[in-house]
Design a protein around this ligand. Structure first.
Ligand code: HEM
Length: 279
């Protein structure tokens, strides 16, 4: 859950680019993000985060060992000064596209990072995020120019809890070489070659794939892998456009056009002189 990240990671993006969710959502699955390439200062625009999965058909293992639909969640890491669009300025169209999805700032320290979820995947497969671009003329913490935004999107349950213990959404493996000497419910006992035994408890969910009497090697699977979800990251570049830059370009383009035109006119005039003087 995003709240696990908020409680355990002051800054959710590590220096190597890994977003905190990936520490517990170990399986990877692609996401897709779309947003404009350029925006002007103090305007509202949308980022569209697609977290695809077959939500109507696919069901996942939940904590009590039964099956349920998948939920999704997302995180967006924007540069300093950028934030969630305020509700009173949201265009109607955008509000409708959001389908009531609510985003919240990651922390007091990072209002430029926002999170959403968990929400049902069948409704929010396409998550719409309304962003307000800053105005560098009035905001000291923002600059015009090119910048990068980072996104993370997740469907399904994680593999690790904040305390470090595994969830039942994991595949379990033999801890040592040996023979399966007993299976009692979820407890699998392995008798090592040296005669010592260990009893491993697998969590409710995946099916046990070994039988009593079977030889196993360390790290052989004891259960199937129940996980059907996964976490994905994406990176997008965009430009906070300064209107003065656009005007300056227009002025440059016009001056080049006028200069070229005067060269042509001068040439025409010179040709007339040549004709008159009979060259
Ligand atoms: C569950 C998203 C960070 C561990 C979930 C679910 C979502 C989600 C949407 C519900 C899945 C479902 O019900 O189908 C995210 C996002 C994160 C994040 C977007 C980052 C912003 C973390 C972190 C941890 C974690 C840092 C571990 C410390 C889990 C676990 C579950 C879970 C163990 C399953 C809980 C249960 O059902 O018992 N997460 N998560 N998540 N998440 Fe995360």
């Amino acid at each position: 859950y995003p709240i696990y990240a908020q409680q355990n990671y002051a800054n959710p993006r590590a220096l190597n680019g890994k977003i905190a969710c990936a520490n517990c959502h170990l399986a990877g699955k692609e996401i897709d993000v779309r947003m404009p390439h350029d925006v002007l200062a103090d305007t509202i625009f949308k980022a569209q985060i697609d977290v695809p999965c077959k939500y109507e058909k696919r069901r996942q293992l939940i904590a009590d060992g039964s099956k349920a639909a998948l939920n999704i969640g997302a995180i967006a890491i924007m540069p300093e000064g950028w934030k969630l669009a305020p509700k009173d300025r949201l265009p109607k169209v955008l509000k409708k596209q959001m389908k009531g999805l609510s985003w919240s700032p990651y922390s007091k320290e990072y209002p430029n990072i926002v999170v959403a979820g968990p929400v049902p995947g069948s409704i929010y497969e396409r998550m719409v995020l309304p962003i307000l671009a800053p105005d560098p003329n009035t905001q000291k913490d923002a600059n015009f120019g090119k910048l990068t935004m980072y996104f993370g999107g997740n469907r399904g349950r994680g593999q690790v809890y904040p305390e470090g213990n595994q969830s039942n959404n994991n595949q379990f493996f033999a801890k040592k070489d040996g023979k399966i000497s007993a299976i009692d419910g979820l407890k699998v006992t392995i008798e090592g070659t040296d005669g010592s035994t260990i009893t491993q408890e697998v969590l409710a969910g995946g099916q046990i794939v070994v039988e009593v009497g079977e030889q196993v090697v360390k790290d052989d699977p004891l259960t199937t892998n129940p996980n059907v979800g996964g976490f994905g990251q994406a990176e997008k570049e965009m430009m906070l456009q300064d209107m003065n830059r656009v005007w300056a370009y227009c002025a440059l383009a016009t001056s080049i056009f006028v200069a070229q035109l005067t060269f042509v006119l001068k040439k025409k005039q010179f040709e007339k002189v040549q004709l008159a003087e009979g060259f």
